[in-house]
Design a protein around this ligand. Structure first.
Ligand code: KIV
Length: 269
């Protein structure tokens, strides 16, 4: 079916996927080379996440990254992508101060990166920013549950929507949808609740640490590729062991230089 294998993935394609029960995949990307590879693999959505803050820029959280810092990552990913929908995260401080700021920053991101949509965090509290952007013609992906930009208010990296906060999470999901978002990320939400929210909403849900009942899944690419040292978090599946392979490759390179094995005549001009 053509609409289920679109030549170019648009926000409307994700709705079609949901209607047809076709699960879709999303990965973060911050550079042209990974974007080109993930796009070629058929990943439907590439998120230029503000997780670039810790994964690329070495900050200890996503809070410090700015719009100025996000733009080159967005441009690199959008420029290397032929088919996937590219979504750029609006960083902390770029939309919380009101709809006018959200609009100015959203327009700047869309104009300068070539992305197809933006993402911002928060449910009811972000609905006026979402609706201002959507009214201006900018597609918005919401993000509720654990929202890393509010990690201090949430008391750290914790599952959300348990106990008393369950109803609020459902309210947040409905508010994001009512504000006009085309999809919503559910991060660190109990699987049973994420499944219920996915059935309740007409827009697609994208889970990370939210079980198998969401319409799509997202992982941070450095997690999925095993680029971090140490044990991965419970919701991560590593499809590569890139860090240990890089360490092995770098050691082999170093040893071959020391022994004179590299370069050879084949590498000469
Ligand atoms: O910035 C990011 O990587 C994200 C994902 C965790 C969804 O927002």
């Amino acid at each position: 079916m053509e609409e289920l294998t679109p030549k170019v993935v648009r926000t409307t394609s994700l709705s079609e996927f949901k209607v047809n029960g076709r699960k879709f995949s999303c990965l973060t990307s911050y550079d042209a080379l990974t974007a080109g590879a993930f796009d070629e693999a058929g990943i439907e959505v590439l998120l230029v996440g503000d997780s670039a803050a810790d994964n690329v820029l070495g900050y200890s959280s996503t809070l410090p990254i700015t719009v100025d810092e996000m733009i080159p990552f967005g441009r690199a990913v959008a420029g290397a992508t032929k088919r996937a929908l590219v979504v750029v995260d609006m960083p902390f401080g770029s939309y919380e101060t009101g709809a006018e700021d959200a609009l100015a920053n959203g327009i700047r991101i869309m104009k300068t990166t070539g992305a197809g949509a933006v993402k911002l965090e928060g449910g009811e509290r972000s609905s006026s920013a979402i609706s201002a952007l959507v009214t201006a013609g900018i597609p918005v992906m919401g993000h509720i549950g654990f929202t890393p930009q509010s990690m201090h208010a949430l008391g750290g990296f914790k599952v959300q929507g348990r106990g008393d906060s369950r109803d609020q999470l459902i309210e947040d999901a409905l508010a994001v949808q009512a504000a006009g978002a085309f999809g919503v990320v559910l991060e660190l939400v109990p699987a049973e609740l994420a499944t219920e929210v996915s059935k309740l909403l007409t827009i697609p849900t994208i889970g990370i640490g939210a079980g198998a009942g969401t319409d799509g899944q997202i992982l941070v690419w450095t997690d999925f590729a095993g680029l971090h040292a140490g044990k991965p978090r419970k919701f991560v599946k590593r499809y590569l062991e890139l860090r240990s392979d890089l360490v092995k490759a770098a050691a082999a390179y170093r040893n071959e230089i020391a022994s004179g094995e590299f370069p050879t005549q084949e590498n000469e001009f």
